[in-house]
Write a protein that binds this ligand. Structure first.
Ligand code: CP
Length: 305
């Protein structure tokens, strides 16, 4: 049987996305998780994380899954063990499901697939691959938007920041567009990605937005040429491309602001707006735990674990 993973938003149909949102909302309102104390999971984070790793771990404990601790810094990765061998080892030990974050785009292509002579037989939930995709973040963002508006069709969404290096921008653009929202980007030239949608002037669109999504600058993904091209001070960036009090005042009454976090305060968003009335930043994190329960249940059910 082929393994069902959640690696990119393209792994999920619109119906499946809406099903996950409905399930996460039901869990938030008190539905019982489908407990599986017989299953083992492990979270392999080859990049730093607070929200995704802790949120998956809380979700796993709420499902009564057995969480097998794994830290790259104390693992045999430090002795040169490959990603595939690390995953295959955990599969051999009886781990049923992996959550993986890795700095390499599409790292998962080396784990599964009929084209591979050797492959994993356990499912993977992608916790973020390089500048590729971040499906669990996207799904919790979609849940937060759906809770607010009850629909996606016709919504005006701006994603603002380092689009070129953002896996959140990529996942959200693809999913929101499929679901019928109109997505535009706000960014300096050096951070634009012409494979995605239209780049617009923040001040021209701000009053028309339903959702204003801010992203931090992904300094850790910038090569030397991009670092040299960065001529903005924090204040200059905030003035030109950030959400500051002047722009906040021009948002529509019903508009919300979102950010996957971590936030770099006073750069992409002024510090006093992080918990402003229109901000859903901490609500997104709260929703993330319920969405990750729903994702784990989905993968467990589809793989008949
Ligand atoms: N939003 C997000 O992925 O945060 P972490 O890097 O802390 O997991």
């Amino acid at each position: 049987m082929a393994v069902t993973n959640i690696l990119t938003m393209d792994n999920l149909s619109c119906e499946q996305i809406l099903g996950l949102i409905q399930r996460a909302i039901a869990l938030k309102h008190g539905a019982q998780p489908h407990y599986r104390p017989d299953l083992y999971v492990s979270n392999l984070f080859f990049e730093n994380s607070t929200r995704t790793k802790c949120s998956f771990e809380v979700a796993q404990r709420k499902l009564k899954l057995n969480v097998v601790g794994f830290e790259t810094s104390t693992s045999s990765v430090q002795k040169g063990e490959s990603l595939y061998d690390t995953c295959k080892t955990l599969e051999s030990l009886g781990v049923n499901l992996l959550v993986i974050r890795h700095p390499e785009d599409s790292y998962y292509q080396q784990l599964h697939g009929e084209h591979l002579e050797h492959h994993l037989n356990i499912p993977v939930l992608n916790g973020g691959d390089g500048s590729g995709e971040h499906p669990s973040q996207c799904l919790l963002d979609l849940m937060t938007i759906y809770e607010e508006f009850g629909k996606f069709e016709g919504l005006q969404v701006a994603i603002c920041g380092d689009i070129k290096n953002s896996r959140v921008a990529r996942s959200n653009y693809r999913a929101l567009t499929r679901l019928g929202a109109k997505v535009v980007f706000v960014c300096p030239e050096i951070y634009r990605d012409d494979t995605l949608g239209e780049v617009v002037d923040f001040d021209e669109v701000i009053g028309e937005l339903d959702v204003c999504m801010l992203l931090r600058i992904q300094h850790e993904r910038h090569h030397a040429d991009l670092k040299q091209a960065q001529t903005f001070t924090k204040a200059e960036y905030n003035q030109a491309y950030g959400l500051n009090p002047a722009r906040y005042a021009r948002l529509a009454e019903h508009a919300i602001i979102m950010h996957p976090a971590p936030v770099n305060r006073d750069v992409e968003i002024s510090s006093e707006l992080v918990e402003a009335p229109k901000s859903r930043i901490f609500a997104q994190m709260h929703n993330g735990m319920f969405m990750r329960i729903a994702m784990l249940e989905y993968v467990i059910a589809h793989n008949q674990l």
